[in-house]
Design a protein around this ligand. Structure first.
Ligand code: MN
Length: 226
């Protein structure tokens, strides 16, 4: 069987870290989604379009791009379930924003339009997806720093939205030089981490990103009950 990896995607990053990736479809009734979530060892929420602003009590406007309300519904339930049931959760870019919204936080609808003093964060369609756009500083005693094995590194940046008000319970554990929250985690949970960058595009360039996926898969393996 051909096992040639697909370079640069989450499926490959999970596979390289020793995990077995499966996809969860949209359109499921909530009970069926819960039945699937009960059977998996961990959940990755990937990048994508913007969360509908009604989920964080923000007015609709043309600042929001590529909204898919069924994807919002499925992913918000998935994030809340992973939190409640201590299911390992790695939330990437849009996923990091979904996690914040799912727990009651808000987003910048468009960083260049709204956030004072912001750096450029949206290099999508401008640079290669592994382009080192800015540095991040990681809180030394965080779970994120433990898995990355570093407290400072360069990351890619493919987003025009970001965390505005942090959700209750989440801890901000990584920031960009302009102060934007680039990493969050949930204290007391074995592995609930959100990152605003895309580690899956950096695993070949930066060993810290491969270690992050290894930490996620290790947490998922530890939680196995079958
Ligand atoms: Mn960024």
């Amino acid at each position: 069987m051909d096992k040639k990896p697909v370079i640069g995607c989450n499926v490959n990053a999970i596979y390289q870290a020793g995990g077995l990736p499966i996809m969860i479809p949209l359109g499921l009734a909530e009970g069926d989604l819960q039945a699937i979530l009960a059977r998996v060892d961990g959940v990755l929420l990937p990048g994508g379009g913007d969360v509908d602003p009604s989920y964080y009590r923000y007015p609709a406007s043309d600042l929001h791009k590529r909204v898919d309300m069924d994807r919002d519904r499925v992913e918000i339930v998935t994030a809340q379930t992973a939190v409640t049931h201590h299911k390992p959760l790695l939330a990437i870019c849009r996923g990091h924003q979904v996690l914040n919204v799912a727990l009651g936080g808000t987003l910048w609808a468009d960083i260049p339009s709204e956030m004072p003093g912001a750096l450029a964060h949206d290099f999508d369609d401008v640079k290669p997806r592994n382009y080192a756009a800015h540095t991040i500083t990681v809180v030394p005693d965080s779970i994120l720093a433990y898995h990355l094995g570093t407290t400072e590194t360069a990351v890619n940046s493919l987003h025009h939205q970001g965390i505005r008000d942090l959700a209750p319970g989440l801890r901000a554990v990584a920031t960009a030089p302009d102060g934007l929250i680039e990493g969050v985690e949930l204290p007391g949970h074995p592995f609930a981490i959100g990152v605003q960058w895309h580690p899956e595009w950096l695993v070949a360039d930066n060993p810290a990103m491969h270690r992050l996926f290894q930490g996620f898969i290790a947490a998922a393996s530890n939680g196995r009950d079958h």
